[in-house]
Design a protein around this ligand. Structure first.
Ligand SMILES: [Mn+2]
Length: 309
């Protein structure tokens, strides 16, 4: 089942909520199986794009109130899908929606140990206490780990935001959902010092592009799966900005010198074959920033490559 989440409340730039649809159109144009054969559920937040154009009430966690509802609703869709015996492929607008995704997985597998593979240019390890932008697409990994990062952050978001953050970390009934030991970063190359300190303190496993080039993607995939061997289930979150910005201009925060699409395809294919894979998420395609839908074409091609396996 393909679950499309048309929300961009966590982003700083408009347009990511149109990403899942752009990927769908690219797949349709190419007559991909991904489009023809997979049933599809489209989630849209009740309030539509409106909150994006209002002044943010909580500058350290923009639209956190609206996002909480989105995450809770998406988590329900994901857990219902898994409980029906169907594998969820989740295509989301901005990356904060990962919180809905892994919370749904966590709810469907209570008590199971979850590994998180985060393929992204960014660490997404901010919290309302540390964020420089207030955009929640930079916070999903911290929510999975239930970090507040008061120790390295210097914002004072207020009690209301702190309570909402704790509620968000608890969606799906388990908090934390992932232990730092069970998190793996691939392609992260644009971080802030508040994130670097956490990565260092918790010795979070991280594969940089140069390491991926050197070790090869097949070896990388095997190392990741062996590192996560004690996990019962694995959630893979693939941010399109993990790829080189020259291949994927249509994304909110593009970064140079990323993965090639062959590297991404090989890595995703090998993770896809793991019996522990509980959900796969694609995110951050933004057609308003794109050139002739090229970024959505890349995402659709990657998905098709997987489903051909
Ligand atoms: Mn991201």
């Amino acid at each position: 089942m393909v679950i499309e989440v048309a929300s961009e409340y966590g982003a700083g730039t408009r347009g990511a909520s149109l990403g899942p649809e752009a990927v769908r159109w690219a797949a349709l144009n190419n007559n991909y199986r991904y489009y023809r054969e997979y049933p599809r559920y489209i989630y849209r937040p009740d309030e539509g794009p409106d909150p994006m154009f209002r002044r943010a009430k909580f500058p350290n966690a923009r639209r956190i109130h609206e996002l909480q509802t989105v995450f809770e609703e998406v988590a329900l869709v994901v857990s219902d899908t898994i409980n029906a015996g169907v594998f969820p492929i989740i295509i989301t607008g901005d990356h904060s929606n990962a919180i809905g995704g892994f919370s749904g997985v966590s709810a469907a597998y209570p008590g199971k140990r979850m590994g998180l593979v985060w393929i992204d240019a960014h660490a997404d390890l901010h919290t309302p206490f540390s964020t420089p932008s207030g955009n929640m697409h930079g916070m999903p990994v911290a929510a999975a780990l239930a970090f507040d990062n008061k120790s390295f952050g210097s914002n004072a978001p207020g009690d209301g935001v702190e309570a909402m953050w704790n509620t968000i970390c608890n969606i799906g009934g388990q908090s934390p959902k992932v232990m730092p030991r069970d998190l793996v970063y691939v392609g992260v190359r644009s971080t802030e010092k508040e994130e670097d300190k956490l990565i260092e303190q918790f010795r979070i496993r991280k594969y940089e592009i140069a390491q991926v080039d050197e070790m090869g993607t097949v070896n990388l995939a095997h190392q990741i799966l062996s590192y996560l061997k004690d996990c019962d289930i694995i959630y893979v979150s693939f941010d399109i900005d993990s790829l080189d910005s020259r291949i994927v201009p249509g994304t909110g925060t593009p970064v140079d010198d990323g993965l090639s699409y062959t590297q991404a395809a090989t890595l995703l294919k090998l993770l896809w074959k793991s019996e522990k894979l509980a959900a796969l998420e694609f995110t951050e395609v933004n057609p308003l920033l794109d050139h002739k839908n090229q970024t959505a074409e890349v995402a659709a091609w990657l998905l098709e490559e997987l489903l051909d396996e």
